[in-house]
Design a protein around this ligand. Structure first.
Ligand code: GLU
Length: 450
């Protein structure tokens, strides 16, 4: 059965050596959307062969980050449970002459590289270890040296049709035989990943462009292990405003940080799906709407520029049009009882959801009013319509105040806004006023804290 006939199965494979950061979001999202689009499966694979740096806390953090983003998975596995399978693959590759032990120290390798460069040659490993005699090997072992293991590449061109980059052709002879097992026995990521992709029947490997070179070796590994390679898609990577790569090490923004900063997951996913593609960066209100703009063909080959301000701006735009039904529960959690009228009044004036708290305080709690003109406010207070207030209260009231005082435009609205809210800017008073008690408005107009 070829990968084309099987139902789609993809995987997102973070290492639990840290939390997810903005660079990972697109990889996870693209995999998730691809699985969705093809009615396939999405596997979460924890690449935890680095036992010193991988922790259960980070693994849990990654699950929390994905869940919060809405990227739920159908199946989960971790590499540390699968050493028996990796050992089987190692035996097969060793027996078939594709995996070979090397004893060079890193200093010796570095020296070789420098010599090659000095002679104008590419610094490709010379495969000296393949010609090692048994005596030499014994001698090294006696000296206490332990081998690392390299995969013997087949020196031919590796070609594949990349879902994003189109036809790819890489000359395997231009690479050193990649190290699969470190001195001391630790697995590098390359081999376990292929063994897992085979055993878990992954049909499409969707990941960042930084893995393109690995793909050539991995395709040969699939073949050496008797499996048909999956299809590959390598998406562009994120760069910052200066065009520099965003990486974990550089302290790229974490998903947890964005969450704590009050951003909404759908705004983050809307942003992640559109940057670096020809789709406009716009708020989208469901994963279905985001899925609708997902198309590998629309991804740019150039890096995707990540601008945190753009993300914040998109988050604000997202909130400005967000339906009450999407936030009713969250407002309730904050003890905000203003219902839909409150949300519709303030959503246009917030940048982050948590900003609702300040407006709720202004509407329902106490503030110190700002009185610019006592007389004017006193006159306005006398003209205030009777309760209950509704959407007509503000236009009726201000029309009467204009008639009585002759004030218009800013001179009419600003003193009232400052008295009622303590601020010069904010939501439309027509919508805010019905949320306030008449008593509170009267007190504020007289300068009293209310
Ligand atoms: N753990 C690898 C990484 O995070 C997975 C790469 C892959 O998707 O094959 O880079």
């Amino acid at each position: 059965m070829s990968a084309n006939d099987r139902s789609v199965k993809v995987r997102f494979a973070p290492s639990p050596t840290g939390r997810l950061h903005v660079g990972n979001i697109r990889t996870a999202l693209f995999n998730w959307l691809f699985a969705r689009h093809h009615d396939g499966q999405f596997l979460l694979r924890l690449d935890d062969t680095d036992s010193e740096r991988s922790t259960d806390e980070f693994a849990q953090g990654i699950r929390d980050d994905l869940t919060w983003l809405g990227l739920t998975w159908d199946e989960e596995m971790r590499q540390s449970d699968r050493y028996v399978e990796y050992e089987k693959a190692v035996r097969h590759l060793t027996e078939t002459g594709r995996l070979y032990p090397c004893y060079e120290t890193s200093e010796e390798l570095e020296l070789k590289r420098r010599r090659q460069l000095a002679r104008g040659r590419p610094p490709v490993y010379d495969r000296a270890a393949l010609h090692m005699t048994d005596d030499q090997r014994e001698e090294y072992e006696k000296q206490g040296r332990r081998p690392h293991w390299r995969f013997k590449l087949d020196h031919k061109r590796v070609v594949w049709k990349d879902l994003v980059r189109g036809e790819q052709s890489i000359d395997a002879a231009s690479f050193s035989d990649p190290v699969m097992i470190r001195q001391g026995g630790g697995y590098l990521y390359t081999l376990p990943s292929v063994v897992d992709d085979i055993d878990f029947e992954i049909t499409h490997v969707i990941r960042g462009e930084d893995h393109v070179a690995n793909t050539a070796a991995q395709i040969q590994l699939f073949e050496a292990l008797g499996a048909e390679p999956p299809q590959f898609g390598h998406h562009n990577l994120l760069v910052d405003a200066n065009g520099e790569a965003l990486s974990k090490r550089k302290g790229a923004l974490s998903v947890a940080g964005l969450r704590e900063g009050g951003l909404d997951p759908l705004a983050i996913c809307s942003h992640a799906a559109a940057i670096g593609s020809s789709f406009p960066v716009e708020p989208r209100y469901s994963m279905e709407a985001i899925a609708a703009i997902f198309d590998f063909a629309k991804l740019s080959r150039a890096p995707a520029r990540f601008d945190e301000r753009e993300l914040h701006h998109l988050n604000a735009r997202y909130l400005h049009e967000l339906d009450y039904s999407a936030v009713a529960g969250r407002l309730e959690e904050k003890g905000i009882t203003g219902g839909e009228a409150f949300w519709l009044a303030v959503r246009g004036n917030i940048e982050r959801f948590d900003d609702v708290g300040e407006w709720w305080q202004i509407v329902a709690d106490e503030i110190t009013p700002v009185i610019e003109d006592e007389n004017f406010c006193e006159q306005a207070s006398a003209l205030l319509p009777a309760a209950p207030f509704d959407m007509d209260t503000w236009p009726d009231w201000t029309a009467r105040v204009r008639e009585e005082t002759g004030a218009k435009g800013k001179a009419l609205f600003m003193p009232l806004r400052k008295a009622l809210t303590g601020r010069a800017h904010g939501p439309e008073l027509k919508m805010l006023l019905p949320l306030m008690s008449r008593d509170k408005v009267v007190k504020r107009l007289s300068g009293e804290r209310a």
